[in-house]
Write a protein that binds this ligand. Structure first.
Ligand SMILES: [Zn+2]
Ligand SMILES: [Zn+2]
Length: 268
């Protein structure tokens, strides 16, 4: 069985098509999914979606990309964290890719938002879903800063696109690395090098759907049913069977998020 550790089923492209997506997931052996929140006013909907399937879960958080989104407080995150279907805080982190004329110094609001999420993760014990783009140095620095004053932050660097060095630093912090369809893209040789390097017991797979459909579906709408293509690329890079990747990443998912996958669910 495959697990999609990061998808956006509440986004319009997917929400409009859920019956087909469920059928495609069953057909592809994708038996579980983590539905990710990106806005404060989206969390209730993501949690409601997770409630429709035994092996769908939800995260609670506000994405770093949008300055004009309402902020979420640590208390509000902790309230969501108490919900039985909420198993992670995020997605959160830092994104300096689209500065749009702003400087890194101008992004203090983003660092503050990230700190709120880290504190909620430390207080609740739920792992962080980390989004980092063009900001790995500060992302790692804030995690180290938190580790110095509280319980070691834990979680996953999702949709990993950074260097070997950043992967090593994330692993040293105890984090997992999640690979998306990007690992199948022709120009992603450096990322495939990272895929070969990250120990199997620290790997997750994801789609980040509706975006980033893996080859040979690149440019199309992505869905959780395509996560086996990510597993297949990981298998190729590591010289393992797809079954071994499916089993390890499913086990890692259970361990990180403290959930139990259905036994005898859709078999890979
Ligand atoms: Zn992301
Ligand atoms: Zn995402």
């Amino acid at each position: 069985m495959f697990v999609d550790s990061h998808c956006h089923l509440s986004f319009p492209e997917l929400k409009a098509n859920l019956p087909q997506i469920r059928a495609d997931m069953a057909q592809a052996g994708v038996g579980a999914a983590l539905c990710i929140s990106t806005r404060k006013d989206e969390i209730a909907e993501v949690v409601a979606l997770a409630e429709t399937e035994a092996a769908w879960w939800a995260s609670a958080g506000v994405h770093p990309d949008t300055e004009d989104e309402p902020e979420i407080s640590e208390a509000e995150l902790l309230q969501w964290a108490a919900h039985p279907k909420v198993v992670a805080i995020g997605e959160t982190g830092l994104d300096y890719y689209r500065l749009n004329g702003r400087t890194v110094a101008d992004m203090a609001w983003q660092r503050e938002r990230f700190r709120v999420h880290i504190r909620a993760s430390q207080a609740s014990g739920l792992p962080l879903i980390i989004h980092t783009r063009s900001a790995s140095e500060d992302t790692l620095a804030l995690l180290h800063e938190a580790a110095a004053t509280g319980p070691a932050p834990r979680g996953v660097f999702h949709c990993f696109t950074e260097t070997r060095e950043v992967a090593r630093a994330a692993l040293d912090l105890g984090f997992l690395i999640s690979f998306s369809g990007i690992v199948t893209f022709r120009n992603a040789e450096e990322l495939r090098e990272v895929a070969r390097m990250v120990p199997l017991d620290r790997c997750l797979i994801e789609t980040d759907s509706p975006y980033l459909a893996p080859v040979p579906f690149r440019g199309k709408t992505n869905t959780p049913a395509l996560v086996p293509h990510v597993a297949a690329e990981l298998a190729k890079q590591k010289g393992l069977s797809v079954e071994a990747i499916a089993e390890a990443t499913s086990h890692n998912f259970e361990q990180l998020f403290g959930v139990q996958l259905p036994i005898g669910g859709a078999a890979a």
